[in-house]
Design a protein around this ligand. Structure first.
Ligand code: HAM
Length: 428
């Protein structure tokens, strides 16, 4: 006999989601879809892979994600493609391609692929729910997008969430600021951390993001973005912050919040869950990207959106001890059939067509074995069809969740099964 081969496992940094965990995903996505709908966003679906240029141009080829973490491959036709590392660039590419009327408001759920060092809350395939709104730079849409995220977190049951905001300015005022920052960093280059001591000049903004104390000290003594915004950007940002406050959403200015992609302009924001470890406590983030559509070959079009990591949201709920539904929805009825006929096939079909969930046993097993499966299934009711029921044109309905099985058993005419099950299930 040959040795059994080692079973395959999901690749490092990825995970399978099975019931009952998957019920939490269902709930989360349903709540997000409901909120996205309330705020006027429609679902958009784009391919999981794109021409690598969409991301190199979109998020910036020198960004950490594009240069170090992207899954890039050549297909059999010699095209260079990349698995999507985030949702925004693909959605904006689709906007540029199809030119829908604006304002265009789209929501999505998508896996995202980044070759990161896997750890709790950081995966090589993670999943995001998100929205993008294109075609207006009215601060009212910034407020709406941020409010949607905040209200969604509330609806999930999260309570310890903080919103941080910043403005990246637009190319002119940011350009002038980056030059000042570069000069400051140049004067203190030997005090920066090992990683940034050599690369500060190429992208000085990244140093603001560095969590090491040496970089924090140097940048802390240097110029900060909010003080160098032009009048327009300053007014836009003030409007967003005031608007959020007017609907009871407090925000904290974090001048170091520069985010990891090159497309951001003006408003940027991040939601952090205080119940999570600081290294992976961002449960969602986003901002404005007023140059991205042009960068991808379209007409100048403003845009703003956010993405939120599903795994992180679930970890945050766990860490808060929140009791979001982690159980699979119970099945209404389990059909036990020992007649050797198609009785179970017909009954489950009738129940399912009437909107009731039902399961059945397979492989012609004994009554005892089928009852065991029925019990294990978590079904509310067992519908039993043996030879006696078959000849009498009846079905025995037993309450599997009741206190006393004997009392909670009744025979009903075959034609009344669907109505009786409906009634019993509704009474629960
Ligand atoms: P991001 O901040 O890179 O932004 O990702 C959004 C969220 O995805 C993060 O806040 C985090 O919750 C989750 N996330 C990111 N990377 C991982 C990972 N490796 N493992 C687990 N969760 C992760 C974006 O992706 C932008 N597209 C957001 C956006 C939309 N900006 C404008 N519109």
């Amino acid at each position: 006999m040959s040795e059994p081969s080692t079973p395959f496992r999901a690749p490092v940094g990825t995970h399978d989601v099975l019931a009952p965990q998957s019920a939490r995903w269902e709930r989360l996505v349903a709540i997000f879809a409901d909120y996205a709908h309330r705020y006027g966003f429609s679902l958009v679906l784009t391919p999981m892979f794109e021409d690598v240029g969409v991301f190199n141009r979109g998020i910036g080829e020198h960004s950490e994600v594009a240069s170090k973490e992207m899954y890039v491959f050549e297909d059999r036709g010699g095209r260079t493609l990349a698995l999507r590392p985030e949702g925004t660039a693909s959605v904006v590419r689709a906007f540029v391609q199809h030119q829908p009327p604006t304002p265009w408001k789209a929501w999505y759920i998508t896996p995202a692929f980044r070759y990161e060092r896997p750890q709790a809350g950081r995966y090589r395939q993670h999943h995001q729910v998100g929205v993008e709104a294109l075609g207006t730079d009215d601060p009212a849409i910034d407020i709406e997008v941020i409010a949607l995220a905040a209200r969604f977190y509330e609806a999930l049951g999260l309570t310890r969430v903080r919103l941080m905001v910043n403005s990246m300015g637009h190319d002119v005022c940011r350009g002038a600021y980056v030059q000042r920052l570069r000069e400051h960093l140049g004067a203190h280059a030997d005090e920066l951390c090992e990683e940034h001591a050599t690369v500060w000049s190429a992208n000085p903004l990244r140093v603001l993001d560095c969590k090491r104390s040496s970089c924090i000290e140097v940048t802390g003594a240097g110029p900060m973005l909010p003080e160098h915004l032009c009048e327009d950007c300053r007014a836009h940002f003030a409007h967003v912050v005031d608007g959020l406050a007017s609907i009871g959403i407090p925000s904290t200015l974090n001048p170091r919040l520069v985010r990891g992609f090159d497309y951001y302009t003006r408003t940027t924001f991040e939601f952090v869950a205080d119940a999570l470890d600081a290294a992976q406590n961002a449960i969602g983030g986003g901002g404005r990207y007023d140059k991205l559509a042009e960068e991808l070959g379209g007409k100048p079009t403003s845009g703003i959106g956010f993405g939120s990591g599903i795994e992180r949201l679930l970890l945050a709920l766990d860490a808060e001890g929140s009791s979001d539904a982690s159980e699979t929805r119970p099945i209404d009825a389990f059909v036990v059939d020992t007649t050797g006929t198609d009785a179970a096939t017909v009954v489950v079909d009738e129940l399912r067509r009437a909107g009731l969930s039902s399961a059945r046993a397979y492989d012609a097993r004994s009554m005892k074995a089928q009852m065991k499966v029925a019990d294990r299934s978590g079904a509310r009711l067992a519908l039993i069809i043996g030879q006696r029921e078959l000849s009498a044109g009846e079905v025995t309905i037993r309450d599997l969740r009741g206190q006393d099985h004997e009392q909670a058993q009744q025979s009903v005419a075959r034609g009344d099964v669907v109505a009786t099950v409906s009634n019993l299930v509704m009474k629960k």
